[in-house]
Write a protein that binds this ligand. Structure first.
Ligand code: G
Ligand code: G
Ligand code: MN
Ligand code: NA
Length: 252
């Protein structure tokens, strides 16, 4: 597979980068955390979007070493900011295949230990596809991660095929409202109903809730009025390279 070879080479040649997008606490207006998002610039092909290569990496298995690199790089960056006096929570995406590796939890623990940051600064964004397979194994891993002190959030909430029953069984701390439900706020009646329901569900179960893809003040104002805890989106900032992200952070 051509693309798979190119991705493994990109990893060797260190052509991947992580950019960081701020996540804002709606009550304080402060940057609470960041989401790490992978970027790939190839000498010949130019920028290749993760929307294109991540699904191929998931298919081929290349997502395992790529995901490992993402985790280590994101945690190392969190340690860098932490050392500079910025206690920023670091979120990163974890694919199903990566999560299913038997040594996944140990890898997370080791990366945090090596970086020397509080585990509470680390947040894993899992999609519903992570939660539908072998419930027993999944439960064990999620509990081990939770014991470790890292926090777990459900990405693209409401767009997958899972039932809601996993929310009862798994130690999930946060729901991430998919951007497809945010796009047509504050006008679309169905989206208002869905977003209201997700926020109520999250709070009733003692979880936090973040809305992604927030692009307008109208969307933000409604989300604030509905009690959403955090927001992320172009209204605040796109994902930025680490130096630009550092510049955005208030001086420690
Ligand atoms: O950053 P952008 O909007 O282009 O990302 C497109 C898609 O790629 C999103 O669904 C996002 O979750 C995914 N993505 C970005 N970075 C990573 C990553 O490091 N790991 C995984 N598994 N997915 C990622
Ligand atoms: O699936 P996930 O939540 O990991 O994907 C995040 C993706 O959403 C990234 O590719 C990021 O670049 C993109 N993104 C972040 N903020 C916005 C936004 O305000 N509008 C749009 N259209 N995309 C966004
Ligand atoms: Mn995400
Ligand atoms: Na998402």
């Amino acid at each position: 597979m051509k693309m798979d070879h190119a991705m493994r080479q990109a990893l060797d040649k260190q052509l991947f980068r992580l950019h960081y997008q701020p996540q804002i606490d709606l009550r304080s207006g402060e940057i609470f955390g960041v989401e790490a998002l992978i970027r790939w610039r190839d000498e010949e092909l130019g920028d290749i979007s993760p929307a294109r290569f991540i699904p191929i990496a998931e298919e081929s298995g290349a997502i395992v070493p790529i995901g490992q690199w993402v985790m280590r790089t994101a945690i190392a960056q969190a340690a860098c900011w932490y050392a500079a006096g910025q206690t920023l929570r670091m979120s990163f995406n974890v694919s199903a295949l990566q999560f299913q590796q038997t040594n996944f939890v140990d890898g997370v623990a080791e990366a945090i230990r090596e970086a020397g940051i509080p585990p509470s600064l680390v947040e894993l964004e899992l999609t519903e596809s992570v939660l539908i397979r072998d419930a027993e194994e999944t439960l064990k891993k999620l509990e081990a991660l939770s014991q470790l002190g890292v926090s777990l959030s459900i990405d693209d909430f409401g767009t997958g095929y899972s039932s809601l029953s996993y929310l009862k069984r798994f130690p999930i701390r946060k729901l991430k409202i998919d951007r497809s439900f945010v796009e047509d706020l504050p006008h679309d009646e169905s989206d208002i109903a869905i977003v209201t329901a997700i926020i109520h569900l999250a709070h009733a179960m003692k979880m936090r809730v973040i809305a992604e893809g927030v692009e307008t003040a109208g969307q933000r104002d409604l989300l604030m009025q509905l009690g959403c805890d955090e927001v992320q989106g172009y209204l605040y900032s796109p994902a930025l390279p680490p130096d630009q992200m550092s510049a955005m952070l208030a001086p420690a």
